[in-house]
Design a protein around this ligand. Structure first.
Ligand SMILES: CC/C=C\C/C=C\C/C=C\C=C\CC(=O)SCCNC(=O)CCNC(=O)[C@H](O)C(C)(C)COP(=O)(O)OP(=O)(O)OC[C@H]1O[C@@H](n2cnc3c(N)ncnc32)[C@H](O)[C@@H]1OP(=O)(O)O
Length: 309
């Protein structure tokens, strides 16, 4: 309980010329690349799709989609919300005209509050299992995406919210000391599973991960930058423009080479979960339904409410 309380308080690799020469003939996997030369029909072509919790704006000229998370109040990742995110991601992944994705929040002050604690409290083992499977699915879709993915972190991003950002290729955070980001699971009395840990370690290394995970650290933006948890910190109103600038830089790299390199870097981490999915679900269910863990979650939720009062 004490612990719970304390918690609340280019240069391109290949030549620029080569990359420019290939930019109009590049393919995204099997998908043709969008030509950078604007014809009258191509100008200002954008499409927008909205489900109740996810709004996606795709600019067909640039091939860049912006996914706005809009699940009030704090974009906590419930089963319904995760399902909508997965459906949107699947559509974008299949869309030949989409090569880059920026993920951001429509909610003020929060990118995502992480997993919805109410999905883990007082629920049947079957329901917990279904929920965890969806969390795995979201992680797999994001971490293995062929698209260039940029997290435009425009608010706090604890635990599962941080994990979402970590799955992206690049993270830009708003320079506001009121915001924080990190895998703070231990502070709730729960344990980040191995694939959360692996994703963090792949980003900030072993020593920093040891400290971050055991202490359940939530970093202010400037500290997150120092440790490598985010790649860039910009004024709040510049988060989205900076993300657009970055995505274009990443998209200028020959697509096949970038995708194969990404896949090579992430494959072993992805394989580790895909070959252990069922066991991981069983682990989660038996862990989260323990009386002591349920008690910790209840205490944590009460503290969140008290903080408001
Ligand atoms: C051996 C190992 C084997 C297997 C693995 C086992 C286990 C692993 C298990 C789980 C992994 C979990 C990862 C997670 O993501 S857990 C969730 C962690 N999230 C948090 O700690 C964030 C908590 N929230 C906050 O800190 C703040 O809300 C905030 C900074 C995000 C926003 O602050 P605000 O002041 O803007 O907003 P609040 O007033 O605090 O909140 C508004 C409203 O929302 C409710 N709420 C907040 N966060 C959550 C959440 N994550 N889930 C559900 N609900 C949440 C909050 O209670 C308020 O509700 P009311 O308006 O009072 O009703």
């Amino acid at each position: 309980m004490m612990a719970v309380r304390s918690c609340l308080g280019v240069k391109f690799g290949v030549s620029g010329l080569l990359s420019q020469l290939t930019s109009s003939t590049r393919h995204h996997g099997s998908r043709p690349c969008v030509s950078p030369i604007l014809t009258p029909q191509h100008r200002n072509t954008s499409s927008s799709s909205t489900s109740s919790k996810v709004k996606v704006d795709l600019d067909q000229n640039t091939g860049v989609a912006v996914m706005h998370m809009q699940s009030p109040p704090v974009n906590s990742l419930s089963l319904d919300f995760i399902t909508e995110l997965c459906i949107s991601l699947e559509k974008l992944e299949m869309d030949k005209g989409c090569r880059g994705l920026i993920i951001t929040s429509s909610q003020p002050k929060v990118f995502s509050a992480g997993l919805d604690i109410l999905e883990m409290y007082g629920k049947s083992p079957e329901r917990c299992g279904e929920f965890w499977k969806s969390v795995q699915e979201l992680w797999l879709k994001l971490y293995s995406s062929n698209m260039v993915t940029i997290a435009a972190v425009n608010g706090s991003s604890p635990a599962g919210g941080c994990l979402m950002a970590l799955t992206c290729d690049y993270r830009i955070m708003a320079d506001n000391p009121a915001y924080s980001i990190g895998l703070n699971e231990t502070q709730l009395g729960i344990v980040a599973p191995f694939w959360f840990k692996d994703t963090l370690m792949n980003t900030i290394g072993l020593r920093n991960s040891e400290m971050a995970l055991q202490l359940g650290l939530l970093y202010k933006p400037q500290d997150a930058l120092k440790v490598g948890l985010v790649d860039q910190v910009v004024p709040e109103d510049q988060v989205l423009p900076a993300a657009v600038k970055s995505v274009n830089k990443w998209l200028a790299v020959p697509e096949h080479a970038r995708q194969i390199t990404k896949s090579m870097m992430r494959k072993s981490t992805i394989d580790r979960l895909t070959s252990n999915r069922e066991a991981d679900i069983q682990n989660f269910v038996s862990f989260i339904t323990r009386e002591s863990i349920q008690k910790s979650l209840r205490g944590y939720m009460e503290l969140l409410k008290q903080k408001k009062a």
